[in-house]
Write a protein that binds this ligand. Structure first.
Ligand SMILES: C[S@@+](CC[C@H](N)C(=O)[O-])C[C@H]1O[C@@H](n2cnc3c(N)ncnc32)[C@H](O)[C@@H]1O
Length: 321
């Protein structure tokens, strides 16, 4: 004989709220659930329905997004590890995604390709990078036509022609001030330089001037139209902020997955790559970041921090898995 349990018992068994059980019943998501009087009863052998709110929907997506710039620290190969940290179901639902040091967005674009977060926040201190995100979001067609034009001129040139063209774009990038009227132009220069400069580096001198020399790519893709169009669609739902990571505090709560991938701490003044902007991410910055992580950890957010040795440090995940 079929036995039933109350919504309260189901809520306890499945570790979700009674309200959630009622919603699942009213959406016909629990086979055999019935309303008796004003209460739901549920067959005692019913299984907890998969939560569709953060469910992967890989099959429904028609495209895979790729970062639109190459970025130091943007480790595509870590994606597999990071993905294991993303929840696929359960009542400890993570509905929000936050990446306050987004850089090239290696994880972001993977997430946007596969997951359906209700709210997303990305930020970075680099105004040129954030301008490019904003232009792709709001003005992608114009950006594409500028990039196509640059690609058409640059690719057929010989080495000397390319050099001349590259350094003239670099000069324009450094002399045009970023403002609403120049946003598209600046984003086009920014992406062009990223695709054609040495190793896709973004490095500025003390005056904030981009100073990376030309790279040696034979046939760089300067305009990936399809990817840019797809990114533009996906960004419509994303809040994009230019500024310090601490601005994301307001956004972060217990339903938020936070991924933090800070710049490396420089080992010495001259060692390797140190700065994405004129300010270096030194020991004081590391301490400030540690305090920030402590603070957001208190909110119950699920945090993944990428450490210098490429390990991932996780906070707040105990209840999710
Ligand atoms: C290691 S990179 C992030 C790479 C990123 N995960 C990717 O996939 O490309 C670190 C980023 O932090 C940004 N950054 C540095 N200081 C920052 C700050 N105080 N607030 C926000 N972003 C900052 C840099 O501009 C850089 O883009």
């Amino acid at each position: 004989m079929l036995s039933y349990i109350s919504a309260k018992e189901a809520a306890e068994r499945w570790n979700i709220s009674r309200r959630r059980v009622a919603i699942l019943c009213s959406e016909n998501r629990i086979d055999g659930a019935m309303m008796v009087g004003n209460m739901w009863i549920i067959p005692s052998n019913a299984e907890k329905p998969i939560d569709k709110r953060t469910l992967r929907y890989e099959n429904e997506r028609k495209f895979t997004l790729k970062p639109f710039v190459k970025w130091v620290g943007g480790k595509g190969q870590l994606i597999g590890e990071l993905e294991k940290m993303l929840p696929s179901n359960g009542d400890k639902v993570l509905t929000k995604y936050c990446e306050p040091m987004v850089g090239g967005g290696a994880l972001l674009f993977n997430v946007l390709s596969k997951y359906d977060f209700a709210e997303l926040y990305i930020g970075d201190i680099n105004p040129e990078l954030i301008n490019a995100y904003n232009v792709i979001k709001k003005n992608v067609e114009e950006l594409i036509s500028r990039l196509q034009e640059m690609q058409m001129v640059f690719l057929p040139m010989d080495e000397n022609g390319r050099k001349f063209y590259y350094y003239s774009v670099r000069d324009k990038f450094n002399s045009v001030v970023l403002a609403a009227e120049t946003a598209v132009e600046k984003a086009a220069y920014f992406i062009f330089l990223n695709k054609t400069c040495f190793n896709g580096l973004y490095r500025v001198n003390r005056k904030g001037q981009f100073n990376v020399p030309m790279g040696a790519y034979k046939n760089p893709t300067i305009c990936d139209k399809e990817n840019l169009l797809n990114i533009s669609k996906a960004l419509q739902n994303v809040t994009i902020v230019c500024g310090d990571y601490s601005l994301s505090k307001e956004f972060i709560d217990k339903n938020t997955f936070v991924y933090i991938d800070p710049p490396y701490r420089p080992i010495s003044e001259t060692s390797g790559f140190t700065s994405y902007n004129a300010d270096v991410f030194d020991d004081d910055e590391q301490i400030r970041l540690a305090r920030f992580i402590d603070e957001i950890n208190k909110s119950g957010a699920k945090i993944v921090l990428r450490k210098k040795n490429k390990e991932l440090k996780v906070y707040g995940f105990t209840n999710v898995f």
